[in-house]
Design a protein around this ligand. Structure first.
Ligand code: PMP
Length: 427
């Protein structure tokens, strides 16, 4: 029996069923955009641990920072004996954040925890309960963030009730018939039927919706949300857990918009694989909770903060933002070229920088989602040596979260596999 098969048997017996697996390939080693399984097979990693590896697996600069920190303090708890890497990282993020005026930062551990804390901060500052999120949005698996998440299957099934005073408006996606006007009408309806604006603490939106299909928020919607916020004293939270840290060609996707959020959540590629997340926000807002109101045993772990400082060093010294923009253009050119063949059933191709996805549709239709083809494509790609992820409210989008640091020859190899897998699926 192969080592992968043996591990899969043990996994089924020992690990909760509710944790899904995209593959039954067990990772043992990884470097930049490559990852090897337990049977010694090499794969190109277009998943990046779900968007965590923007600067590549085990980047030497990140590893060096981690090694150095391991020789100092691994854990002391910031609330007991604070340490410099947490402060230095906060200073760096504050300097770079697209936030109006002075910014301050809080570190926690997961994306969901960052979102939870952003909502707590917004409630403490506004002294209001309500939060408006968007259909198809994804914010995490804790009960508050599941409440905010706008997709029932598979995330919410069996886990309710969710916290009160959370509402959803549709996220615009003209390709599937939802316009910005529809979204704004939904918000008008919420204010009319469900909650008065003076009881709303925040809107939370992904500048590029992630799990929901890599659809960028239309600039006019972001502007309209900012205007509603300013009119009613509501805060704007940008959930940049997936869109942040160089994925879109900017450090934060909010930099593509001409309005600013009050609070930004960050995680995933922030620390190159170490568990770390943060909330960055207007100092006045983030300081609303009293001392003791925020934090956690592991929040802002020193090794994770050191890793994140390494990630920033890589982003600065290796021109990662520009490379992200170029990578996105390359991916789009390649897939747009394939899309000229109707038999391949490629629908909308969309990206902001290297946050890239394309839809698979039933060949011969205008936009009928083909989730089966997406499933078949990710399976075939893995068989041929490429780890691919799907996403989207219709589960028919193929998303690319490959390290931005991928070597050009490896990228070419990956694109050839993608094409071969797609032709096999449609053949
Ligand atoms: N927000 C967004 C936009 C995400 O994409 C995710 C994770 N996919 C989360 C929050 C939750 O992050 P985590 O899994 O680290 O809790």
């Amino acid at each position: 029996m192969s080592k992968n098969a043996e591990l899969q048997q043990r996994r089924v017996d020992a690990v909760a069923r509710g944790v899904g697996n995209a593959t039954q390939l067990f990772a043992v080693k990884a470097e930049n955009a490559l990852i090897w399984d337990a049977d010694g097979r090499r794969y190109i990693d277009f998943a990046g641990g779900i968007g965590v590896m923007n600067t590549g697996h085990r980047h030497p600069k990140v590893m060096a920072r981690i090694q150095k920190q391991l020789e100092g303090v691994v854990h002391s708890c910031f609330q007991v004996m604070p340490y410099e890497p947490y402060i230095e990282l906060a200073e760096e993020l504050n300097k770079r954040a697209p936030i109006a005026g002075k910014a301050k930062t809080l570190f926690v551990t997961t994306g969901a925890e960052a979102v939870e804390n952003a909502v707590k901060i917004a409630r403490a500052y506004t002294k209001r309960p309500g939060v408006i999120a968007f259909g198809g949005g994804y914010h995490g698996r804790t009960l508050l963030t599941l409440g905010l998440t706008g997709k029932v299957a598979p995330y919410k099934i069996g886990f309710g009730p969710f916290p009160a005073d959370i509402f959803h408006a549709r996220f615009p996606h003209p390709y599937h018939g939802v316009t910005v006007e529809d979204t704004l009408q939904d918000i008008t309806n919420l204010f009319k039927y469900d909650i008065e604006p003076s009881r709303v603490a925040a809107f939370i939106i992904e500048p590029v919706i992630g799990e929901g299909g890599f659809v960028p928020t239309p600039p006019e919607l972001m502007r309209a949300l900012r205007a509603l916020c300013d009119e009613h004293g509501i805060l704007l939270i940008a959930d940049e857990v997936q869109s942040g840290f160089a994925r879109t060609g900017k450090l934060y996707a909010m930099e593509h918009f001409d309005v600013k959020a009050d609070l930004i959540t960050t995680a995933k590629s922030l620390a190159g694989g170490m568990p770390l997340s943060g909330v960055i926000g207007r100092a006045e807002v983030i300081d609303a909770p009293a001392a003791g109101g925020l934090g956690g045993t592991y929040g802002g772990n020193p090794v994770a903060c050191a890793a994140a400082l390494g990630v920033l060093e890589v982003i600065d010294s290796e021109n990662i933002l520009q490379r992200s923009t170029e990578l996105g253009a390359q991916l789009a050119a390649f897939v747009n070229n394939l899309a000229k063949e109707p038999a391949l059933g490629i629908g909308e191709v969309r990206h902001l920088g290297a946050m890239f996805a394309f839809e698979l549709i039933k060949p011969g239709t205008a936009n009928t989602p083909d989730a089966d083809a997406a499933k078949a494509l990710t399976a075939k790609a893995a068989e041929l040596g490429l780890i691919l992820l799907s996403c989207g409210v219709y589960a028919n989008s193929i998303r690319v979260l490959v390290p931005i640091t991928i070597e050009p020859d490896i990228l070419q190899e990956a694109l050839a596999i993608l094409e071969k897998a797609l032709r096999a699926v449609r053949g």
